[in-house]
Every structure is written in C-alpha cells, then in structure tokens.
Write a protein that binds this ligand. Structure first.
Ligand code: SF4
Length: 284
C-alpha cells in the first residue's frame, strides 16, 4: 500500500499511497484517465475495504517520512464525503507521526482541518490546491464537479491562517483556453492574497490514448472553435505547448518573484519540510 519513492522530486515525498482509484470530480483534461493507469470506469470511484487496516500495519513498520497521496484520484472526491477514508488515513498518519502532502480541488479538506493542524504540529505538511483558472464559470466547465476556484482559494486561506504550508499546483495550462497572461497573473495574485506560499506550474497539457479522446469530446461540446484549432495545431501530440508558453513563463517568474511566491520544487520542499526524512518508498 505504501510505496517508497526515491527522494521524490514530487514535493519531496518519501512514500506514495492511493486510497481511491478513479475520480468523480470530472476534470475534462484528467491525466489519470490514461490507459496506462488501467482504471476501468474512471468516474466510478473504487477503493479496497482493507485499505485503512493495511495502512495501519504498514505505518507501524515503516520509517517515518512524508506520505504523498491522491495521485490516481482526488483524496476529497465525492465518495470521500460519505466514506471518510481520507480522514481515517490522516488519523493514522497523525498517530504514527508521519508527514503528508496532498493536492486537492475540493474545499471538503476543511472537514479535516483539526487533523491537519495536529500533523503540522509535529511533522512536515504541504497542502496544494490544484487551480487552473480563477474564473468560476470556466472552472465549472473544465473541472465540472470540483469545488469552484473561489471555494478552493477560501479553503487555502483557512489553512494558511492555521499556519499550514499551502499554495497552488498550476497544471495543466490548456492551450487556447487558460493560457493567457490575465489568467496566470490572477492565479498568482489570488494565491498570494489567500496566504499561499508557493505555485508549482506546468505550462502545458499532456494527452494520450483514451484521455485524448475524452478531452476532445469535451472540447467539441464546450469549445468547438478551439477543437478545430487543436486539430490543426497539435494532431496527436503527447505534449501540447501553448503558443504563449515563453511569455507566460516570463510573466509568471516576474510576478512570483515580486510577491515572494516560491515556484522551484527545491525551494517549495525546503519551505515546508521540518525535518529531513530518508528516501522515499511506496506505501500502497
Ligand atoms: S480532481 Fe484530479 S484526479 Fe480528479 S478528475 Fe480532476 S484531475 Fe482527475
């Protein structure tokens, strides 16, 4: 259940763990839909009944470190409203004095703020909010069942007020949809004004196999003009760089530097790590 990760570049996690497979937050660009992850019926969230007891057993045996979770699903997907497995996992993580890294698009995380505060008191904790636009209307189109960007930012502010290290994970940037200076600048300023200390960006979009088909279907439905532009510009490319890539990157760095927002992974890691943990492995 817990998988070791090699001195992870992904927010410096020592272990990775997935309680859920599949996600019902409905992002039209979701990479976890790709065939390589072999998750059937992706919108129907699955979990193993034994996952919490397995986690408990593994935490008792492993060396303390930071656990990253939610790479195959949002830890606060709608199933968690009912199942509370993320809360149960956090309870164990707190009891066994591990740290955690979570990324979410849901303000449901505030349900667990008491546990997050306790973890933060003794271990390294980072909460990233995945934000691709500050426009709530656009957000509801491209991240159909997730909390709005405003709700995520409000949640970020509440966590920051409790001294929790939080910020924005800005990925993907959708060519011809969210790849404009105004959007990127607003994300930076909103993150800053809501107490976020970092933004980790990726100014591109990856598409492969069935995920590409899914994205194209939604483009057709929501942005028919852009669908045509994608066909001409990218065909079946895996990485879709925005034509504005360079200018966006330049503006991003300038604005972040002005506001003191961290954006390099090494700076973000040193910003939240309270202790140096040993190499990463997988929990499950
Ligand atoms: S929240 Fe994350 S895992 Fe869930 S659909 Fe959106 S991108 Fe995929």
């Amino acid at each position: 259940m817990l998988f070791n990760t090699k001195s992870s570049e992904w927010f410096g996690t020592d272990y990775t763990m997935n309680i859920y497979r599949g996600c019902n937050l409905g992002c039209i660009y979701c990479d976890s839909r790709s065939d390589c992850y072999r998750i059937d019926n992706f919108d129907n969230v699955q979990t193993k009944a034994s996952c919490i007891s397995t986690l408990k057993r593994e935490l008792a045996q492993k060396k303390n470190g930071v656990i990253g979770f939610g790479s195959m699903s949002d830890p606060y997907n709608h199933a968690d409203t009912r199942l509370h497995l993320t809360r149960q996992a956090l309870t164990l993580i707190e009891q066994y004095r591990f740290g955690a890294v979570m990324c979410t698009k849901s303000h449901l995380i505030l349900r667990d703020i008491d546990l997050l505060k306790k973890i933060n008191d003794h271990s390294s904790l980072l909460i990233g909010f995945s934000i691709t636009t500050t426009d709530d209307k656009l957000c509801k189109k491209i991240e159909r069942h997730a909390s709005t960007a405003s709700q995520r930012l409000a949640a970020m502010e509440k966590l920051a007020q409790q001294g929790i290290y939080t910020g924005t994970v800005l990925m993907p940037v959708l060519p011809f949809i969210t790849d404009n200076i105004d959007n990127i600048t607003k994300i930076i300023h909103e993150t800053h004004s809501h107490g976020g200390q970092f933004i980790f960006p990726w100014f591109t979009l990856s598409l492969r196999d069935s995920q590409r088909e899914y994205y194209h279907l939604w483009l057709e439905k929501l942005f028919p003009e852009q669908r045509q532009i994608y066909s001409h510009t990218y065909q079946n490319h895996y990485l879709l760089y925005s034509p504005n890539y360079k200018i966006l990157q330049t503006v991003f760095i300038k604005e972040c530097n002005k506001l003191g927002i961290k954006y390099n992974m090494s700076d973000i890691i040193s910003g939240y790590k309270k202790n140096k943990y040993t190499p990463q492995l997988d929990l499950f």
